[in-house]
Design a protein around this ligand. Structure first.
Ligand SMILES: [Zn+2]
Ligand SMILES: [Zn+2]
Length: 104
């Protein structure tokens, strides 16, 4: 079976009608990927270009561990290496975040 526009991260289709079409983002990568049954989807170093689905782009929250929807992550440090949901921030961090994003 040929997958149309497979996600470069999970191999699932990002084509229209598959639920991953919306919010797919152009992506090129070459890291190793396997599916739930340990079948190799992409070999290590196998470069593919296409789209990544929203699920794969979601960053895990450093506070609760759940994935954070695109554009809703908040940096916990100035380098943005640690991310959390807005709801997972402390009151102090929320205030800081609001201040930094106040002029958007
Ligand atoms: Zn994906
Ligand atoms: Zn969270």
């Amino acid at each position: 079976m040929t997958v149309i526009d497979p996600c470069t991260h999970c191999g699932k289709s990002t084509a229209f009608g598959f639920g991953r079409f919306i919010n797919r983002v152009p992506s090129g990568t070459n890291h190793y990927v396997e599916d739930e049954n340990s079948n190799v989807i992409y070999k290590e170093g196998e470069y593919r270009e296409g789209y990544a689905c929203e699920e794969c782009l979601a960053i895990d929250c450093d506070r609760c561990g759940d994935p954070i929807p695109l554009d809703e992550d908040c940096s916990l440090d100035e380098w943005g290496e640690q991310r959390a949901h807005y709801e997972c921030l402390t009151a102090e961090e929320k205030a800081k975040h609001d201040k930094e994003n106040g002029d958007e």
